[in-house]
Design a protein. Structure first.
Length: 89
């Protein structure tokens, strides 16, 4: 399963618009995913810490700007079990 961490406010709302387009494709292709939208500063870090604190493999894709990817990277707990993707906005 893919986990998306999306900053909906990136580039004045473009993050939310891009996610809407991407979600259509994921549904069309029957891709299993979950999505979390950041709501405040450092939220992406907290989300990523929770998602990567287990011993299970996970794939996280961040949608946002420099700040979002920085927060996600800083939140990774188990780097050996985490695959990270990034869609810059």
């Amino acid at each position: 399963m893919y986990t998306f961490i999306v900053n909906p406010n990136a580039r004045s709302g473009l993050g939310h618009k891009l996610w809407s387009s991407l979600e259509e494709v994921l549904k069309e292709k029957n891709v299993e995913y979950q999505v979390f939208f950041t709501k405040y500063q450092h939220h992406a870090t907290k989300l990523c810490q929770k998602l990567t604190s287990t011993d299970e493999k996970c794939t996280i894709i961040a949608l946002g700007g420099d700040g979002t990817i920085n927060e996600v990277v800083n939140g990774i707990c188990n780097i050996e079990k985490t695959t990270l993707g990034y869609i810059p906005i």
